[in-house]
Structures are given as structure tokens and as C-alpha cells.
Design a protein around this ligand. Structure first.
Ligand SMILES: Nc1ncnc2c1ncn2[C@@H]1O[C@H](COP(=O)(O)OP(=O)(O)OP(=O)(O)O)[C@@H](O)[C@H]1O
Ligand SMILES: [Zn+2]
Length: 654
């Protein structure tokens, strides 16, 4: 029987043909990606390009089933391709071991696909692909999982919400003084070890302490003084760094961080009126203790390694791990700096030495402050913000992605929905769906018009660009690139500079806002002058149409704001009116009429999306609609899976 026979019976001959012709880009070949690639080749997709920047790690094997032990350290993309071909040798798969953000993956390159599917694990890459798909006007299927929760949705320029239409939650931050002086929970110690001490020892001198630390109100005198003292302490530690990789380095670092600094802090009596003061530790005193070692530290058997990971180390063991990991990381850094003086070691939960160092230093600090210590396994989860990945969740989400892909290829966007996997809730159903929401009129990413513009960036100046825009009555412009002001009517220093001298090169997005607040994004294509038929620029797309679209969008925005104000007014007048937020209004403003459900019970329960987390996934459902009734009962998604009962655990990884 031909391979396609069952498929034709299920989805019809014409769709099977369209699927076979479609060109699909899959970004990410990890947990979701492996499932997805297998699904794609098994459901008739023949032209697939897969990209992943990473190599295979031992910890991937339990769920990324296209990979096996012999593939460790090999490219995920290449191995995924080879393994998937075993499922269907007729597929044409191009694999790339690269970052999707590389310049060669231009808007034009994206335009070569009928569909893009994201199977990513971080906000940055998702945002990038979102923008590229908007600029190229290619539909994007976005996915994410977190433990037992999952989500899948479709993004199509001007028709649906984009990835950035909803504001994203910033990473959880901690006040500087809590982390640097007054920790009270294990996570404070872990953040200190991972984000402060690790960076100071193995990062670049210019690196900021860390983005997770927020400065407290500097008007407060005590805090300002304490911050100054902390800065001086950091400086003193940097001086010790000069002796890195020499005899006694570990002891010097240890005594500085866990004795001298703690001693100073302890002397600040006001700080300890309501808190338990910290107790300084001395390196040699601990190592000379005759403590009973459980004997697992040097053991290499699986059982012993597991034990080492899962039990809390004794103080002496912790100091030993501190010393050994510091030594290894120092040697590594020294070797790296022989070829690149700016090199740094980054914390990676899967890098045993970095994890050892963070576990040891976090626990030493916890010991100093009388805070509960954690096992290496627990520290790994907390430092990596890990929620265990569940293979079944990935499989279900990847299955739903293919269902959406069929609809998109079949030109039935109206049938697509956002679906949530909500296992383990009080709801009776596993999957709930809602209509795709319309774009947020205030979105600063998808409410722009994108035009590709060809020019020779070596000879074209900013003034040439301004002249071109003036020709379209786009005047008094402000020009920016990635938040950098290139030109505005009060800042014309760059006018005579060439684009290339301002790093406005091939693939860059140049944002132009005119006096009427119309925003056009120009996607630069660097070409030789000879190819431009005597012109300085060639614009792909219709500028007039883009301007008209912008004018309409501005009007929509004004209408939406007027409606909002009116609604707020009604709300003020009548306290019984329950307000819905503007997002929810859009959600119920379906793209078209009722559709055949993608999955679940078909119930159109109003769901509330949580905002995105820093490194991880698209919004996850916060919904609970009890027993099919329409009463909403919001549940905070972050409460669902927590490691060791710590409330910090808001970031989600699959
Ligand atoms: N900018 C990017 N370009 C290409 N691939 C990317 C990019 N960012 C992330 N990825 C890939 O997306 C995939 C996401 O998969 P997944 O969430 O399962 O991550 P993982 O690293 O394999 O697992 P875990 O984080 O749980 O150890 C990873 O393989 C990662 O390498
Ligand atoms: Zn948007």
C-alpha cells in the first residue's frame, strides 16, 4: 500500500498534494522539535528545513527520541534530520547547525517558506522569528510546553495577535541588598552564586553584576552606603583574581567571600536587629575538621553519583567541591583567554563544573546565613529555572502543531485556534481552545508596515534615504535601528554618513516614523549599485499602500482608545459592570464565524493568557472553567509546577 493511502483517506488527496509541495521551516530540534519533525515527515511534508544551534546533551536523551547515546555532542539539527529520514526516506530535509538569528536568514530567506514552526525554548529567538515572519508575511505556528502544560497558536501578520502583542513578564528580579547582604531563602543564595560571584570570577570585567538584581531606592542613606561598601568588596575580590590559577587561590577567594566580607557585614549591627546575623567561615578550619565523609564524593558508580547529586553535602565536602570546581574553571578560563583575552565562562546547568561551583558556593552562603542547604540536583533545577520536561506534553503539542499546519496549508486560517494543554486541573477536559485573537492595535511589532529596500549600503547615505522618503511625502522622519537613534529632525549628525558606516547593513531593520506617527520598517538589502538600473534604491512592495495601512491602523488605535475610555467611564458610573480587558475583547472578536473545533470539547471558554516568561514559553493558560460553566476562576500558572516548594520558580523551560 502506498505510504500516502491512509493520509489521503484522512485528509483528502488535494491536501496531501498541497502538504507535499509546502516548504516548511522548523526552528529548534529539541523536545518539541524532535516530535514535530517525526510528525511532519510521517504526515506527508516533504520539504523541510530544520535549524538548531545546539549539540546533543546526555540530558536530552530521555525525551528527544531522535537522539541516542552515540549522538552526544553532535549537531541536533543534523542528527534529527538523519533519524527522521528513517521514518520517511522520501522527505527532503535540509539541516542547519546554526542560530536562526544569523544575518543570512534574511526576510527574503523566510519568504521562501510557506510556513514556519517554532519549537524554541527562549523568548529572544521567539521574538526574532516572530518579527521575521511578520516582515516576510509568512504564517508562524508558535508552541511551548512547561511540565504538564502546553500551548500552541498561529501568528499571521495583520490577521492574528503576534508574539509581542501581549506584554511579557520580565524575569523575576531581587533587590540588590537581599542578594548581596541579607539573603533569607535558598534561592537568594543561588542567585548570588550564579549571578554575582560566578560572573565576577569567570565573566568579563565590564559585565554588570546581573540583570536579575534591581537597585533599591538610592535615596535611602543606609542602602546607598551599603551599596558603596559592596562595590568596594567586589573590587577587592577582583584584585584577588589576579592570582587566579596559582597555589592557594581557592583559599584566598573563600576567606575573602565567606570570612572577610561576612565579618564586615556582621559588624553592621543595625542590619541584624531583626535578622539572625551571618557566621563567617574559615577555609582551613573546615578542612581540618575530622568529619565523617559518606564516601560518595569520589565514587564513580552510578549509584554514588546519583547519591552525590541528591543529598545535601556536608560542609567539608562542600568546601572540597568549591575548591576543585574553582580550580578547574580557573584553568579552563586561563586556556580560553590564551586565544581570546575577553573570553568568559558562562553558567550552564548542564556544565558539571559550573553547576558544582554554584551548588557549593550557594550552600556555603546558605550555611553562613543559617539558611537551608540544597542538593546539587535541587540547585540545578532552581538555578536553571527548570520545570521537568514531560515527553508526552511535547508529543501532544507537536501533534497539534501538525493539525494547525494542515489548516494553514489548506488556507483555512479561520479554523485555527490557540489550544492549551491543561492536564492536572479541575477541568474535565485535557485540551481547551479559543479563537485566535486579533492583533493588539497598540502592538509596537506587528502594527508596523514592513518593506524591503535594496541599496548599496557602502555608498548610500542617511540623507539619500531621507530624500527618498520625502519623495513619498514621508517627512520629518525619525530613523532608528534596534532602539538606536540614527536621525531625527533635531539630530542630523549622521546625515552625510554612509549606511554601512552606521552598521546599517544587509538584513538590518530600519524603523522610520514620520510626523503623522506612521511607522514603516525598512528591511535593508545590500546590493551592488550596478544591479539597481541607475537608481539608488529599489523598494519591494507598495509604499503608498503601506502608508495607507498605517493611517488606518492609527485610526483603529484612536477608536480603540476612545472605546476604552468610554468603557472606563461606564465602569466608573456602574460598579456592577465587570470590566474585561481589551485583550479579552479582541479574543472574542473572532477572525470569522464559529469553526470546527481543533480539539478539546469545543467549548469556547474565555481563557486568560498569562504574560510571557523571560526565557521560556508563550503564554500559558491560566484558566479554569469549572464543569463547563462560564464562571472564570483564574489560577496562576506559576503555582502549578514548583521545585521544592520555592515560590521563585516562575520561569518555565521545556
Ligand atoms: N536562536 C536559536 N537558533 C536555533 N535554535 C535555537 C535557538 N534558540 C534555541 N534553539 C534550540 O531550540 C531548542 C529548544 O528545545 P528544548 O526546549 O527541548 O531545549 P533543550 O536545550 O534541548 O532542553 P533543556 O533546556 O530542557 O535542556 C534547543 O534545541 C535549542 O538549541
Ligand atoms: Zn503584535
Amino acid at each position: 500500500m502506498a505510504r500516502e493511502t491512509h493520509l489521503e483517506t484522512t485528509i483528502g488527496t488535494s491536501l496531501v498534494r498541497a502538504v507535499a509541495d509546502a516548504k516548511v521551516l522548523m526552528v529548534g530540534a529539541g523536545g518539541i522539535g524532535c516530535e514535530l519533525l517525526k510528525n511532519l515527515v510521517m504526515s506527508g511534508f516533504k520539504n523541510i528545513e530544520v535549524i538548531d544551534l545546539d549539540t546533543i546533551d546526555l540530558s536530552n536523551l530521555n525525551r528527544q527520541f531522535l537522539f541516542q547515546k552515540q549522538h552526544i555532542k553532535k549537531s541536533k539539527a543534523h542528527v534529527a534530520k538523519e533519524s527522521a529520514l528513517a521514518f520517511n526516506p522520501n522527505a527532503n530535509i535540509i539541516s542547519r547547525h546554526q542560530n536562526i538569528k544569523e544575518q543570512e536568514f534574511s526576510v527574503d530567506w523566510f519568504k521562501g517558506f510557506d510556513l514556519v514552526m517554532n519549537a524554541l525554548d527562549n523568548l529572544d529567538a521567539r521574538r526574532h522569528v516572530n518579527k521575521m515572519c511578520l516582515a516576510a508575511n509568512v504564517p508562524l505556528i508558535e508552541s511551548g510546553t512547561a511540565g504538564y502544560l502546553g500551548q500552541v497558536t498561529v501568528i499571521q501578520k495583520d490577521k492574528t495577535e503576534c508574539f509581542d502583542c501581549q506584554p511579557k513578564e520580565t524575569p523575576k528580579t531581587f533587590p540588590v541588598c537581599t542578594i548581596r547582604s541579607t539573603p533569607s531563602t535558598p534561592i537568594h543564595c543561588i542567585v548570588w552564586a550564579k549571578s554575582y560571584l560566578f560572573g565576577l570570577l569567570f565573566g568579563n570585567a565590564e559585565d554588570d553584576d546581573d540583570e536579575v538584581l534591581v537597585k533599591e531606592d538610592s535615596n535611602d542613606d543606609d542602602i546607598a552606603k551599603e551599596l558603596a561598601a559592596l562595590a568596594a568588596e567586589s573590587q577587592a575580590l577582583k584584585e584577588i583574581l589576579a592570582s587566579m590559577d596559582t597555589e592557594g587561590f581557592a583559599e584566598r577567594v573563600f576567606n575573602k567571600v565567606f570570612f572577610t566580607d561576612i565579618h564586615r557585614l556582621r559588624s553592621m549591627e543595625d542590619m541584624w536587629k531583626t535578622r539572625k546575623p551571618p557566621t563567617p567561615l574559615k577555609y582551613d578550619e573546615i578542612l581540618h575538621q575530622t568529619e565523617d565523609l559518606p564516601g560518595a564524593m569520589d565514587a564513580t558508580t552510578l549509584e554514588a553519583v546519583t547519591l552525590k547529586d541528591q543529598r545535601v553535602w556536608t560542609l567539608r565536602e562542600t568546601v572540597q567541591v568549591f575548591s576543585e570546581s574553582l580550580e578547574k574553571l580557573s584553568t579552563r578560563l586561563k586556556e580560553m583567554r590564551e586565544t581570546d583575552p575577553e573570553a568568559s565562562v558562562q553558567f550552564d546547568k548542564d556544565d558539571a563544573e559550573t553547576l558544582d561551583f554554584v551548588t557549593a558556593t550557594a550552600n556555603l552562603r546558605a550555611h553562613v546565613y543559617g539558611i537551608e542547604e540544597k542538593s546539587r540536583f535541587q540547585v540545578k533545577a532552581m538555578a536553571g529555572n527548570i520545570i521537568p520536561a514531560i515527553a508526552t506534553t511535547n508529543a501532544i503539542i507537536a501533534g497539534m502543531m501538525v493539525m494547525l499546519a494542515f489548516k494553514i496549508i489548506n488556507k483555512r486560517l479561520a479554523d485555527c485556534k490557540t489550544s492549551y494543554l491543561v492536564y492536572g486541573r479541575h477541568r474535565p477536559q485535557l485540551i481547551v481552545s479559543e479563537p485566535l485573537a486579533k492583533p493588539n492595535p497598540k502592538c509596537y511589532i506587528c502594527r508596523n508596515s514592513y518593506l524591503a529596500i535594496k541599496t548599496d549600503t557602502k555608498t548610500t547615505t542617511v540623507q539619500d534615504l531621507i530624500d527618498l522618503l520625502e519623495g513619498y511625502s514621508i517627512s520629518d522622519v525619525e530613523i532608528q535601528e534596534s532602539g538606536r537613534v540614527i536621525y531625527d529632525p533635531d539630530f542630523d549628525d549622521n546625515a552625510s554618513k554612509t549606511l554601512v558606516s552606521l552598521q546599517l547593513t544587509d538584513g538590518k531593520f530600519v524603523e522610520v516614523v514620520d510626523e503623522d506617527d506612521r511607522k514603516i520598517i525598512l528591511c535593508l538589502k545590500d546590493v551592488d549599485m550596478d544591479s539597481l538600473d541607475g537608481e539608488r534604491f529599489q523598494i519591494e512592495g507598495d509604499v503608498e499602500e503601506a502608508l495607507e495601512q498605517q493611517t488606518q491602523m492609527k485610526q483603529q488605535l484612536r477608536d480603540a482608545e476612545a472605546a476604552e475610555q468610554q468603557a472606563a467611564h461606564v465602569h466608573e458610573e456602574d460598579p456592577d459592570v465587570i470590566m474585561t480587558d481589551d485583550n479579552r475583547k479582541r479574543k472574542h472578536d473572532e477572525i470569522s464565524g464559529p469553526t470546527s473545533g481543533t480539539s478539546g470539547s469545543g467549548e469556547e471558554a474565555p481563557l486568560k493568557k498569562s504574560s510571557l516568561t523571560s526565557t521560556a514559553h508563550p503564554p500559558l493558560a491560566e484558566d479554569e472553567v469549572g464543569n463547563g460553566s462560564s464562571t472564570e476562576q483564574a489560577v496562576d500558572v506559576d503555582e502549578v509546577v514548583m521545585v521544592d516548594g520555592e515560590s521563585f520558580n516562575v520561569v518555565v523551560l521545556d
